[in-house]
Design a protein around this ligand. Structure first.
Ligand SMILES: [Zn+2]
Ligand SMILES: [Zn+2]
Length: 683
């Protein structure tokens, strides 16, 4: 018995039995063939992974479903539903179907098991995660392909800057004066080193078909004559670098895939290299992850009435003609939409059908494991089914999920969830996963009535597992009601900055930071207070928490950017009206202090700016108090005048077991979004 046989045998009810056979005859490419011989089933496929998916498909005929991650999210096969088919022969529409797991380690066992039980076949990784993650993925019949910023992984500054400063970008007169930045492509020795390193990595992991070679995050492009010669005249004018980036990627790809023809170099279309390069020929062994950021998810990508999707469609079509593999990278979890259901399967179905037709090879989305999965569960389940077969009916997907998940009174839940799917399609305009859009989406509903019908279902249900699921639904409804009420009230977006350095309870205004997705308080409630004097702007953040010991134990590290890996306060400020330039600061309980000068479009951070900021952390009675003084000099000012109005946003990150919570003021935090900053009026 092989390991797939064992897995199936464990779940298949008696008297049925199954056997698997690796064979590519008679089997649709990438799929499986299941043949019934009385009470025995023979599954044939060309790989172990496809055999496993065939086994899953067979078990589904007996009622097996893995609906949400974790063993309590499964329904087990029963004899009652003996199948009547003779042969099932199926293959997936997309070659790559997977979720990118957000959170601390980019790995979550429950999510991985769920993915393989829903016939998704990969979890994306960053190159350095492959040695650790690939064996765990393979145990679950999954594989990986790699994307993500990676120049610095191949050519680390600490290893090469001393011996080869010319590998690093020439900016102004100097070779990369600060950290970050890209590579200089002029020296042929760099290419030799890259080819050698990437080739060696490919040989070490022959199962991983795509290895990442993508520019570092941010800008910092080389200004030397040789690099600039790679840009077209138009690109020089528009400060874009597509031809340079993709041209060089193709040169490396050609070299490393000469004797490894089934492999790809993975890169992204991003920032100022998001346009396809016009003058380059087909890049056969380049794979591209096309990130879609803030696209409208109510309309299909082909919907001519949607202005938001047009540019994504044009870019996707262009890249499928330019590169050997396009992976469409979506965001079905948005920091501002993760407590409400996400009824977007109608538009996704159309989008996937078109992507498949134009030759897109895969689709992935970011997901957040743990409790954040639950409100989005039907969408995440439906995506897996649509990526296997985008012809599936949306109504059937909702029926299938609610029938297997909610027991006897499943219809009540079907009506509610499928009703939202229909309501979104009827809603005017686009849908960008902004929490305010929940108001029109829920408008047609009487949540009290829904609550009563769910409660009725709860009373009538006997199965304790299903009862627990319905209890979760009831608690969702409570939260939705509370959040909708919050969303309907006007938030105070002007903070009055009174003279003097603030201390606790000195009578000045104290505003609460709220969770980004819900506008509800953080589990550890957090407030800010501001004041000013001759020295500068004083800010005081008070976090009331049960986790004071954990916060006090966070270790200090010399790299200030580490603040983004832990609990921290983050602020965005402009001394005046918001525009393209603003400051970002971040502070941790361990004493990290991060500052950068940012531009909004393109998004860029200059961290060489190191102002003298005074930060004091203290931990009086179950509180973390972070006091910050930003001297006027930081903003190139002598002082703020009475009556003057500045703009900014104060944010907080609270670490939870599997991921973290973001939030802030105003509107749950206006991260890097100057347009949404609140105002600070100096009294
Ligand atoms: Zn250069
Ligand atoms: Zn739209």
């Amino acid at each position: 018995m092989n390991r797939v046989d064992r897995r199936i045998a464990r779940l298949l009810p008696a008297p049925y039995s199954a056997k698997t056979k690796i064979d590519s005859n008679n089997v649709p490419a990438g799929g499986y063939r299941i043949e019934r011989q009385g009470t025995h089933f023979l599954i044939t496929a060309e790989s172990e992974q496809s055999l496993f998916f065939g086994g899953i498909r067979l078990l589904e005929e007996f009622g097996f479903r893995h609906l949400i991650p974790g063993s309590s999210g499964r329904t087990l096969p029963t004899k009652k539903r003996a199948p009547s088919f003779k042969v099932i022969a199926e293959a997936p529409t997309f070659l790559y179907r997977g979720y990118h797991v957000c959170g601390h380690s980019h790995y979550n066992q429950n999510a991985v098991v769920w993915m393989s039980a829903n016939r998704m076949n990969f979890k994306p990784c960053h190159n350095p995660e492959v040695p650790q993650d690939l064996p765990k993925l393979q145990k679950n019949f999954l594989t990986t392909i790699c994307f993500g910023h990676s120049y610095a992984e191949w050519i680390p500054r600490e290893d090469f800057f001393k011996s080869h400063p010319d590998f690093f970008p020439l900016i102004g007169e100097k070779r990369a004066p600060s950290g970050g930045g890209q590579l200089c492509f002029a020296n042929p020795r760099l290419k030799e080193i890259l080819e050698e390193r990437i080739g060696r990595f490919m040989d070490r992991f022959p199962e991983v078909k795509v290895i990442s070679f993508m520019p570092n995050d941010g800008l910092g492009w080389c200004e030397c004559a040789s690099c600039q010669k790679r840009d077209t005249v138009l690109e020089k004018k528009q400060k874009k670098v597509s031809t340079r980036v993709f041209g060089y990627t193709e040169e490396i790809a050609k070299a490393v895939t000469k004797e490894r023809s089934d492999r790809f170099l993975g890169t992204g279309a991003y920032n100022n290299y998001s346009d396809p390069p016009k003058d380059l020929p087909l890049m056969k062994n380049v794979a591209i992850s096309l990130t879609t950021g803030a696209r409208c998810l109510k309309h299909a990508i082909t919907d001519p009435s949607c202005p938001s999707n047009r540019e994504y469609l044009a870019r996707t079509e262009a890249f499928t003609k330019k590169t050997g593999m396009v992976i469409f990278s979506e965001y079905y979890f948005a920091s501002s939409w993760r407590i409400f259901p996400l009824p977007i399967l109608t538009s996704l179905r159309e989008t996937y059908r078109h992507l498949a037709a134009i030759g897109v090879k895969g689709v992935k989305s970011e997901v957040v494991p743990g409790s954040a999965w639950d409100p989005l569960k039907i969408t995440l389940y439906g995506v897996a089914r649509l990526l296997w077969n985008p012809e599936s009916s949306i109504e059937e997907i909702y029926k299938d999920f609610t029938f297997h998940y909610f027991g006897k009174k499943w219809k009540v839940f079907f009506d509610f969830y499928y009703g939202l799917e229909e309501a979104l399609q009827k809603m005017p305009g686009c849908f960008f996963l902004k929490k305010q859009e929940a108001l029109p989406l829920f408008q047609h509903l009487d949540l009290h009535k829904v609550y009563r019908s769910f409660q009725q279902a709860y009373t009538e249900e006997g199965d304790p597992v299903i009862k627990k699921r319905i209890r979760t639904e009831l608690s969702h409804l409570k939260v939705w009601e509370e959040v909708l009420a919050k969303l309907a009230t006007q938030e105070e977006t002007n903070y009055p900055v009174a003279p003097g350095k603030p201390s606790s309870r000195d009578g000045r205004a104290s505003f609460e930071l709220t969770e980004r997705a819900s506008l509800l308080p953080f589990p550890s409630r957090v407030y800010f207070i501001a004041g000013y004097d001759d020295k500068g702007l004083h800010l005081r953040f008070e976090t009331k928490t049960k986790e004071i010991k954990r916060l006090q134990k966070i270790p200090f590290t010399p790299h200030s950017g580490d603040v983004f890996l832990m609990d921290g306060i983050e602020l965005f400020l402009v001394a005046g009206k918001p525009g393209n330039d603003y400051f970002q600061f971040a502070f941790s309980p361990a004493g990290h202090s991060y500052s950068s000068r940012c531009t909004h479009k393109p998004l860029h951070f200059d961290t060489s700016f190191q102002p003298d900021i005074i930060v004091k952390n203290s931990f009086p009675s179950s509180q973390w108090v972070c006091e910050v003084t930003l001297p006027w000099k930081v903003f190139n000012r002598k002082k703020a005048e009475k009556g003057e109005v500045w703009h900014g946003s104060f944010c907080k990150k609270e670490r939870r077991k599997l991921s973290h919570i973001l939030g802030g003021w105003p509107s749950g935090g206006a991260y890097h979004s100057p347009k949404e900053f609140g105002s600070l009026t100096f009294l």
